[in-house]
Design a protein around this ligand. Structure first.
Ligand SMILES: Nc1ncnc2c1ncn2[C@@H]1O[C@H](COP(=O)(O)OP(=O)(O)OP(=O)(O)O)[C@@H](O)[C@H]1O
Ligand SMILES: [Mg+2]
Length: 558
């Protein structure tokens, strides 16, 4: 053994593994390495003798299969090391990668090493491994126990006593022209063995590892981005359905909040009743987003929007081939909501046959997909909503009584807007801010006459109608104030708003003038002299018009 070189370093041009491999013998022992592979060496490794190139290809193929066969990078790396051990006679193998945060070479996978090897770190340039990463060229250490640069970090010297003379071969893992890590193996020293062959196999393996690492990092980066985006979206959703976003502090709404607070932490089935546009869906969202199921899905099914033939597959899913066109298996909304909340909106619209099937799922908490025999257990919290008179439907026999009692465990009645007039202004201000921001309008306030019109109206479409009215007004307003004439025509009727329909020019001008005066008085807190100056008129004329239009300046003092 003493006749062999102590250390050989290959200075191979980085990206060309099969080309230009020149040997540089160490100055201290200027002895050339053995020339070509010698059969006895193969026999000593115990590996079946095959034609050299075929064997090399087979190894490379297995390496690529090991990396391609898994989505987990580490598993892939272990697979590569295992192939090198099995096919090439490596006793140990390790892959290091440069850690982005520290810039250190960190062991990602190590086979045949003590467990502690996983904690080993090298600085780039440090020892043999660090040197390979720095130079981007392979290194071969024929006798690692004799090599002064060998750090013995992964296997302490003392643990090598019984293992004989070992060689160490290390190649860089190159990525975009620079080192991203190293691939190294230890094998029993063989005097006449051509390490160049093994270096070639290692270099090709390293190139495959490099590809796998790149893909893994791309996927990991994308996954991370998606996780962040998801967290942010969840946060946005939570904020959107925060109680603070349910506007209104009238007595009836406070009662609603109390009821919500009573059931929010429980898994109780809730039925939300109320006229169209009162905010039932908003409350259903709040119930979910403040419940222990908040991290799980909230799935809404609009029962009114589905034809009867589709409701069943929509709710329970279907198996492949369950009906013409069912080309793939599809999960239903119940399964999609597993662990979370299923919100059945417009429950009053369900057909009798769907009611029967729904009842079964609610009773047994399990279902079968359409066309399937497997029983699927689901854990779903049910929230339903309707603006229908269900009791009347019960009496008429169009809604099942047993289903009604299953769903009607805890009921929240959302009052119509006309019964909580004190919320109208709060909601109007909230929507002005929301839509001014959305449409980038500098709307600051609603004029007093416009407020009067909003207050006088009976809001048959409830909050939704108010929201639409304000959005429209924000869009049509030309200045920074929403005036009466910016509100929708339905509010302009004498009956609704108390203002007279402008039948003549004089009347229309009168309404407009009255609005302007009230606005000016509001800005000056009822001070007539200042209001007159604002409108570029005299106090005398202003007082005259105030009397004529029956405006009470005192109401603006507060
Ligand atoms: N208290 C509230 N605070 C803020 N926005 C509200 C409030 N109530 C309702 N809204 C808004 O009004 C609109 C209608 O509310 P929602 O869809 O919840 O009504 P709904 O009761 O489900 O009506 P429908 O019976 O017609 O489905 C939504 O845009 C909602 O954000
Ligand atoms: Mg709704």
């Amino acid at each position: 053994m003493s006749h062999a070189p102590r250390k050989i370093v290959f200075n191979v041009p980085s990206l060309m593994p099969d080309d230009g491999a020149r040997r540089r013998t160490d100055a201290a022992t200027p002895r050339p390495a053995p020339a070509s592979p010698v059969p006895p060496a193969r026999e000593r490794t115990g590996i079946p003798v095959e034609d050299g190139d075929v064997r090399k290809l087979a190894t490379v193929l297995e390496v690529s299969q090991a990396l391609a066969g898994t989505l987990n990078l580490q598993t892939g790396l272990y697979g590569v090391l295992e192939v090198l051990e099995r096919r090439c006679g490596a006793r140990r193998g390790a892959v290091t990668l440069i850690e982005e945060a520290s810039g250190l070479l960190v062991v990602e996978a190590a086979l045949g090493y003590p467990r502690t090897a996983g904690r080993v770190r090298y600085r780039v340039g440090e020892g043999i491994t660090g040197g390979v990463a720095q130079r981007g060229t392979p290194a071969v250490v024929p006798h690692l126990t004799e090599e002064p640069e060998f750090l013995h970090r992964a296997v302490p010297r003392g643990e090598r006593q019984d293992e004989g003379d070992m060689s160490f071969l290390c190649v860089p893992i190159l990525m975009e022209g620079s080192s991203a890590g190293t691939l190294a193996v230890e094998m029993p020293f063989m005097p006449e063995w051509d390490s160049e062959r093994m270096i070639k196999v290692l270099r090709i393996s390293a190139a495959l590892i490099s590809q796998a690492v790149r893909i893994h990092r791309l996927i990991e980066g994308e996954r991370q981005r998606l996780v962040e985006e998801n967290t942010q979206l969840r946060e946005e959703l939570r904020e959107r359905y925060e109680f603070s976003n349910i506007v209104g502090n009238s007595g009836p709404m406070r009662q609603v909040y109390e009821q919500v607070a009573q059931v929010v932490g429980t898994g109780a089935t809730v039925m939300i009743r109320g006229e169209s546009g009162t905010g039932k869906e908003l409350i259903a969202h709040a119930l979910h987003h403040h419940s222990p199921r908040a991290g799980k899905p909230f799935v809404r099914v609009n029962c009114a929007a589905l034809p009867e033939t589709l409701v069943e597959t929509e709710l329970f899913g279907h198996e492949r081939g369950a009906f013409t066109g069912a080309q793939a298996r599809r999960k239903g909304k119940f399964e999609a909501a597993d662990g979370g909340t299923l919100f059945l909106d417009e429950i009053g619209e369900l057909s009798p046959s769907t009611q029967a099937k729904l009842l079964r799922v609610l009773q047994e908490r399990e279902l079968e997909r359409v066309g399937g025999n497997d029983t699927i257990r689901v854990d779903v919290r049910m929230i339903t909503a309707t603006n229908k008179d269900l009791e009347k439907a019960l009496a008429e026999g169009t809604f099942r009584e047993d289903l009604y009692y299953r769903l009607n465990v805890f009921t929240i009645h959302v009052p119509p807007l006309r019964e909580r007039k004190s919320d109208v202004l709060l909601l109007a201000d909230y929507f002005v801010e929301k839509y001014a921001r959305l449409h980038q309008r500098a709307i600051k306030r609603i004029s007093t006459p416009a407020i009067d019109m909003l207050m006088a109206y009976h809001w048959p479409g409830n909050v939704r109608e108010l929201e639409n009215t304000i959005e429209r007004a924000v869009l049509v307003a030309d200045g920074d104030v929403i005036h009466g004439h910016h509100l929708s025509p339905t509010l302009q009727t004498a009956e609704a708003s108390g203002t007279v329909v402008s039948r003549s020019l004089a009347e229309a001008v009168g309404v407009f003038e009255s609005n302007l005066i009230q606005d000016a008085l509001k800005s000056t807190r009822g001070n007539r002299a200042k209001a007159a100056r604002l409108l570029d008129t005299t106090e005398r004329i202003l007082s005259y018009k105030v009397r004529r239009y029956g405006i009470d300046p005192h109401r603006f003092r507060g």
